[in-house]
Design a protein around this ligand. Structure first.
Ligand SMILES: Cc1cc2nc3c(=O)[nH]c(=O)nc-3n(C[C@H](O)[C@H](O)[C@H](O)COP(=O)(O)O)c2cc1C
Length: 199
């Protein structure tokens, strides 16, 4: 099952990245196990006026609609759904992205807390030696944040704060978001939409 991937949205600013990423993953025929923290729901409301219904089926339908997911590729999981595939090394997809990643989730993953399915899924991906990409967002970073990022980088996790370049001369928010999403896609072995430097 090579096309499976876990995507976690946590409560940091940057939901435009998350939504664009979700859409791009669906467009690339990825089967997405989607995790959305409570704080991420709040940020989605503030940044996009998106209110995710408490009912999982309704929330999943809304997310599929937002992502042009006509084939049901997105599967929304509950943060306490310990029986879901990403919770175990035997069933977890080999790739996971946390975007955006809050400093709270960053700390929890760096210290192996595993108190919800996002943290547990990240812990599983790390212990199995699979691919974990995190997009941490805070400004400025404290030494606590930087220490956690260093810990994760030493474990082989790709830490990529959303820092778009400007050499492609973006003229709008989509241009900035697209740059970051392209880079994240490449980190999980997928092609982006933008032309690479020098190609
Ligand atoms: C609108 C809004 C924006 C936030 N932005 C950030 C942020 O950019 N980075 C961050 O680390 N926390 C941010 N927070 C705080 C986190 O949401 C909070 O620490 C939360 O406990 C994180 O929980 P989670 O990691 O389970 O999603 C924000 C909260 C809100 C409501």
């Amino acid at each position: 099952m090579p096309h499976r991937l876990t995507l976690a949205l946590t409560g940091a600013s940057g939901m435009p990245y998350a939504l664009a990423l979700l859409k791009a993953l669906v467009a690339r025929q990825q089967q997405v196990y989607l995790l959305v923290s409570d704080a991420a729901r709040e940020v989605l409301r503030l940044e996009h006026d998106i209110i995710l219904p408490a009912d999982r089926t309704a929330a999943e339908a809304l997310l599929r609609d937002l992502s042009d997911d006509t084939e049901g590729r997105i599967r929304l999981l509950d943060p306490q759904e310990w029986t879901a595939a990403p919770a175990s090394g035997s069933g977890a997809p080999r790739r996971m992205i946390i975007c955006p990643c809050s400093m709270g989730t960053l700390a929890a993953v760096a210290t192996g807390l595993s108190n919800n399915l996002i943290e547990r899924a990240a812990d599983v991906v790390i212990k199995e030696g699979h691919r974990l990409v995190i997009v941490p967002r805070e400004m400025p970073f404290s030494t606590i944040h930087l220490q956690h990022m260093l810990t994760l980088a030493k474990l082989g996790v790709t830490v990529m704060p959303p820092c778009p370049g400007f050499y492609h001369r973006p003229t709008d928010i989509d241009g900035l978001v697209g740059f970051v999403v392209d880079r994240v896609l490449k980190q999980v072995g997928l092609e982006g939409d933008m032309t690479g430097w020098g190609t």
